[in-house]
Design a protein around this ligand. Structure first.
Ligand SMILES: [Fe+2]
Length: 459
C-alpha cells in the first residue's frame, strides 16, 4: 500500500533526516555559560526507510540528537537507536513492519525505543511508548550498547517515562499491554541496577497508558479509559476508542508495594499523556499534569487549528488532582486554559513539591507542534512565556541547574528549534529565571532536525 496523501509527520518540521553527523565548535549567537557542562539529548522518530502504509508520528525508528556543552562551546551529534527491528530492516533493505494505523500483522509492532531517554545508574536508556526492552546507549557517542534487562530479571518490558527518584536513585517504571495479560506491571530498580519489584497490577480492562508519577513514598499508576476497540481488534483492525463514560482511575501504591496495596481513586473521565510531578501534602497525594478532557477528534473541527496525532486530538491543559488517603476524597481543578504539553520540572524535585513547570505551548496547527515555552509558577498561579519567532517550532525543554544555584529555577532551559522554510535548526539556552529575555545563547546545528519527543540532560 502506498501513502495516498502527504503525511504531515513526514514533511516540513517533521521530515526525517538521512544522515548521522558529528560536529564541534558550532556557531553561537550570544554566550554559552561556561558552567553549562553536559549533554542535551532528544529522542525523535526518524524512519530509516519510507514507511509502508499509513505512517503515524509514533511509529518512526528512534534517533537521538545530542547537543554537548563544555567551556562555553557546543557540539552536535545524532545517531539512530539500533534496535533489533532497526537492524533487521537494515539487513533487509526495506521496512518489515507497519505501524499502528495499519491492520495487525503477525510480527506485531516494531520496538523502536524512540520515545524517551532516562539516565540511571550511569546508564542512558532509550524507552518505547508501547513498552519494549530498554536499550542502553553510550551517552558520549550515542552508540547502541544493547538491551538492558537488569541482570535478566525484567519480567516483560518497560514503558517510556520511567522516573528516577533523585533522593534514592531508584528507577520506578510501569509496563502495560493492550493485547496480552497482565494489562499492567509495576516495577522498581535500585540505584545500582538491581530489580527490586516487577509486580502484576490487576486492571479490569486493557488501556493505553503513557506515564507514571512518583512521590517520596508512593507511585501513581494511571488507568485512563483509552484503548483499542476490542471488537475490531479481534478482527485484526486497530481503532482507538475512548470511553468518556468511564472514570479516570489513579492507583496509589507504596514505592515497593504490591497489587493488593494499590488504592484506586476515581476522577472525571480524561486522558493524559504526561504527568508533571506529584508530591505528598499531609493526608493528600497531589498530582499535576497535562489533562486532555476528550481525546477523540470532533468532526466539525475542520479549521486545522487543533493539534491531532492522527486519531487523537491534543488539547491538554495544566491540571491538578488531590487524592486524600484518609477520606478517599478526590479534588480536581484546571489551572490554566492555554494548551501545553511535554512538561518538565527541575528533576531534583521529582516526587516533591515543585514550584515551576516548563511547558511547551501547543501551536494552532493540525499537527502537534510547539510555538513557545511557558514557565508556570504553580504557587503564584502565574506564568511567563517565551514565544518563538515566526516559523520556528520546538519540543520538550530540559532544565539543568546552575552549579551552586540558590533557587529552584536557578539554571538553564535547553531545547532545539526547527524552521522548515529555512531548513535550519538551532539549540537554545534560556535563563530559567527569565524566559521573556529570550535565549542567552543560540547554537546553529549542522542540519535541520525533526521535531522530536522527550529529552534528557546528562551531566
Ligand atoms: Fe511521552
Amino acid at each position: 500500500m502506498t501513502n495516498a496523501r502527504p503525511n504531515l509527520y513526514l514533511m516540513g518540521e517533521h521530515e526525517p533526516v538521512a544522515r548521522e553527523l558529528e560536529a564541534s565548535e558550532l556557531k553561537v549567537k550570544g554566550t554559552i555559560p561556561r558552567e553549562l557542562e553536559g549533554a542535551f539529548l532528544r529522542a525523535s522518530p526518524n524512519p530509516q526507510f519510507p514507511p509502508e502504509g499509513r505512517y503515524h508520528w509514533f511509529d518512526g525508528d528512534g534517533m537521538v540528537h545530542g547537543l554537548r556543552f563544555r567551556d562555553g562551546k557546543a557540539g552536535y551529534l545524532n545517531k539512530w537507536i539500533r534496535t533489533e527491528g532497526f537492524e533487521a530492516e537494515r539487513a533487509a533493505g526495506k521496512p518489515l513492519w507497519t505501524g499502528i494505523m495499519e491492520p495487525v500483522k503477525a510480527n506485531g509492532l516494531k520496538d523502536t525505543a524512540n520515545t524517551d531517554l532516562v539516565f540511571h545508574d550511569g546508564k542512558l536508556l532509550a524507552l518505547w511508548w508501547m513498552c519494549g526492552t530498554p536499550y542502553q546507549l553510550d551517552p558520549r557517542t550515542l552508540a547502541t550498547l544493547g538491551p538492558e534487562r537488569f541482570g535478566g530479571k525484567l519480567v516483560r518490558s518497560m514503558s517510556a517515562h520511567a522516573k528516577v527518584d533523585p533522593r534514592t536513585g531508584e528507577l520506578v517504571f510501569f509496563d502495560y499491554s493492550i493485547v496480552r495479560k497482565p494489562w499492567m506491571r509495576y516495577g522498581v530498580v535500585s540505584r545500582t541496577g538491581e530489580l527490586l519489584r516487577d509486580e502484576v497490577i490487576e486492571l479490569p480492562t486493557p488501556h493505553i497508558q503513557h506515564d507514571i508519577a512518583i512521590t517520596e513514598r508512593y507511585s501513581i499508576l494511571m488507568d485512563l479509559p483509552l484503548g483499542w476497540d476490542q471488537a475490531l481488534l479481534a478482527q485484526g483492525k486497530r481503532r482507538i476508542g475512548f470511553d468518556k463514560d468511564s472514570p479516570a482511575r489513579f492507583g496509589i501504591i507504596p514505592r515497593l508495594g504490591t497489587n493488593a496495596e494499590v488504592r484506586w481513586f476515581e476522577a472525571k473521565s480524561c486522558y493524559m499523556y504526561h504527568t508533571i510531578n506529584a508530591y505528598e501534602a499531609g493526608d493528600e497525594v497531589v498530582l499535576v499534569g497535562c489533562r486532555v478532557g476528550d481525546p477523540i477528534p470532533k468532526d466539525q473541527r475542520t479549521d486545522g487549528k487543533v493539534a491531532r496525532l492522527e486519531f487523537i486530538e491534543l488539547v491538554p491543559h495544566l491540571y491538578r488532582w488531590r487524592f486524600n488517603l484518609e477520606t478517599g476524597a478526590v479534588h480536581e481543578e484546571q489551572l490554566d486554559d492555554v494548551a501545553t504539553e511535554f512538561p518538565r520540572v527541575n528533576d531534583a524535585l521529582a516526587g516533591t513539591k515543585a514550584r515551576y513547570s516548563y511547558n511547551p505551548r501547543v501551536a494552532p496547527r493540525p499537527d502537534l507542534m510547539f510555538d513557545g515555552l511557558v514557565k508556570y509558577d504553580l504557587e503564584q498561579k502565574t506564568s511567563t512565556t517565551y514565544a518563538y519567532a515566526k516559523g520556528w517550532f520546538g519540543s520538550e525543554a530540559v532544565f539543568t541547574a546552575r552549579p551552586g544555584g540558590t533557587s529552584e529555577d536557578d539554571g538553564w532551559l535547553v531545547t532545539c528549534l526547527t524552521n522548515a522554510a529555512e531548513q535550519r535548526s538551532v539549540g537554545i539556552v534560556l535563563d530559567a529565571r527569565d524566559l521573556e529575555a529570550g535565549p542567552v545563547a543560540t547554537v546553529e546545528l549542522p542540519q535541520r532536525i525533526p521535531i522530536g519527543f522527550h529529552t534528557c540532560w546528562v551531566p
